[in-house]
Design a protein around this ligand. Sequence first.
Ligand code: SF4
Ligand code: SF4
Ligand code: FES
Length: 241
Amino acid sequence: MSETVSELIVELWRGARAGRYETYHVPRRQSQTVLDVVTYVQRHLDPTLSYRFACRVGMCGSCAMTVNGRPRWTCRTHVADVAAGGRLTIGPLENLPVIKDLATDMEPFFAKWQRAHGVFAPSKTRADAIEQIAPASAGRAAADAAIECINCGICYAACDTVRWNSDYLGPAALNRAWSLANDQKDAGNTARLAAVAADGGCHACHSHQSCQEHCPQGLNPTAAIAGLKRRSLAAYLKGEI
Ligand code: SF4
Ligand code: SF4
Ligand code: FES
């Protein structure tokens, strides 16, 4: 976008899932992010605008919104990269209920983490010695590859399978399950593999990689889900699940 544009024309979603876009005029600034634009509207034009953010540096995962039709982390998305012709259309994430305006209800997203057993199940007690895991081991490498998720929900909003099947666990929950499935210190894999192999689990994924394409952390949930498909099938054939 040309840096000579002095004003952005910004359409923001107002209301719940049934609502409308309203237009605002926001001054253009150097190094301006999409979150800066939303914050300007809330602080200077309409204090009733609802949205969510915390860290502003790409760590907390709370600022994701739909920006010109694509889910993005708004604190790390520069206006110069996305506002062709000085225009922005900003809405709530898809595939989630809308609380109000740009704030989605993340409860279904995190409920699916629980359903996928995306929670560490300790294999040791405090009394046991701390187990050393070799950094170069295959399990450690596989766990590491999936571990930097910031729970932003962008992959979930980008996934067509979630859109058509509200029961589907989705890429983030399954990615987390795969990270734990490779954690040698975790003892919850039988229940976890049974959970992710059930209806709405990993076998519903069509592997079209929209999650990978949109993940701001560069993670690859499609590969994680493929790993769960292989691991759960092997467990099934061995009669473990
Ligand atoms: S690869 Fe699977 S989880 Fe990822 S977007 Fe496609 S269907 Fe969803
Ligand atoms: S896998 Fe990526 S896109 Fe999905 S919630 Fe985690 S960080 Fe966000
Ligand atoms: S505000 Fe924390 S990731 Fe954007």
